[in-house]
Design a binder for this molecule. Structure first.
Ligand SMILES: [Zn+2]
Length: 131
């Protein structure tokens, strides 16, 4: 049996508020979901982290599924004209993806900073020296 996954409230706050993983200042984002190049408070270079838009596809698929279910439910219960669907689901989808992307990127950069995550490297030492 596997342990349930718990996300620390710190991660959620960091994502929601755009906090720098080192100093905790609200300096992480320079745009809607774009990282600032460097934290003006502590000098941490956000460009060194490799979060990029990795969570975008996952969030788009998840939110797309929920929006599709909601749209089908609305259609089957009320059957509004097409423009109502367009007027509701387009902004809901865009705002949901952008807002959740910002939170996910903030959480991922904090996890990468705390775990000192780096790209994999091949050791240069001989095999007999390895543990
Ligand atoms: Zn900082």
């Amino acid at each position: 049996m596997t342990e349930p996954v718990h996300i620390s409230p710190e991660y959620i706050a960091a994502g929601l508020k755009g906090l720098c993983p080192r100093c905790g200042a609200r300096t992480l984002f320079a745009g809607v979901a774009r990282f600032a190049p460097v934290c003006p408070n502590c000098g941490l270079e956000f460009a060194k982290f490799h979060v990029d838009d990795g969570p975008a596809a996952f969030l788009t698929l998840g939110i797309g599924t929920l929006v599709t279910i909601a749209a089908i439910t609305l259609e089957l219960t009320v059957s509004p004209p097409f423009w109502v669907h367009f007027a509701i689901w387009t902004p809901v989808t865009l705002l949901s993806v952008v807002a959740s992307l910002r939170v996910a990127k903030g959480m991922l950069i904090l996890a990468e900073y705390r775990n000192d995550a780096r790209e994999g490297r091949i050791r240069d030492e001989p095999p007999e020296a390895r543990p």
